[in-house]
Design a protein around this ligand. Sequence first.
Ligand code: S5P
Length: 362
Amino acid sequence: PTLLETFSSRAQTATHPLTAYLLRLMDLKASNLCLSADVSTARELLQLADKVGPSIVVLKTHHDVVSGWDFHPHTGTGARLAQLARKHGFLIFEDRKFGDIGHTVQMQYVGGSARIIDWAHIVNVNMVPGKAAVTALAEAEAKWRERYQYEVKTSVTVGTPRSDTFDEQPEESGWWNTDEEGQNREGVGRKGSIVSVTTLTQHYESATSPRFPRDETKGEDCLYAGIDEPPIERGLLILAQMSSAGNFMNREYTQACVEAAREHRRFVMGFVSQESLNSEPDDHFIHMTPGCQLPPEGEEENGTVAGDGLGQRYNTPQKLIGLCGTDIVIVGRGILKAGDPQSEAERYRTTAWKAYLSRVTK
Ligand code: S5P
């Protein structure tokens, strides 16, 4: 698309279903703001997400800087974030910057305590190890989705469930592979017990698992009833350019990122970059841009704001959205350090949205 094309029109042509969804959401909420929720406790994170939720379309996390992160798959921090995401209408972007060989990044994406894929709609990759990291993540997502769909659809009963409430599950409960009729399906219950897949599905539906979202989004506690749940497809952003001074991502490297994205259009939503990288007619990528701040209220804007003394450089939404042609600004400390983050987020939302409007009506 050209820089003049509106988000709602791009939603029609986007290749990735989650990108199409996000563009519709942006149009609906009049927001192209992503909050980088870099706070240090899970409590702060959840409070912040609830307060700032109405102003944003994406909430970016670094789950590994948060103390007290609860890893429970259905009631933990990820699941609760997913619930807030449905309530306010935003997507969760775990800024994990995967940067290892394919096999390792697959494990980091779907496994471990964090099980990132279960609660994060979007993740990103640092493509330094090569394109295989992108292929590997795409493969892991496809497998995960297949299993998700299988779990939702299947209704085979084997054995009896141990307990009706997840919250009461004892320490040793978790995910186990069941055998016999339940062949190689994952189950939840006391180690070794066989759990019915039907019951599992019901469990999920009654819990707040992001993998089995409740219908409540369409209910009254959803502020954005005009939009359905996001599609189950997960999305990847390739880190193609960085905001920090002296980074090593040169033109050639950025171009390799664009090529990798083109090779995986059904999984790669776009880029974390400092400018628009769409150049061919088939490029329908979305661009999210960190290193963004506004000058203090009342002060004149000239495109840049002083850095943080640790290499971070800042440009204004007007410059990034209006001139460089990116789509979503990612703002952390600009909002977090304000006396009232909620109203500061609104100030960023309106400024970034104005920059978008003036770009498409040029
Ligand atoms: O090039 C980049 C890419 C990223 S994802 N530069 C960045 O600053 N980021 C992230 O954006 C960074 O990890 C941090 O979470 C956020 C910027 O935060 P701020 O407080 O400087 O706005």
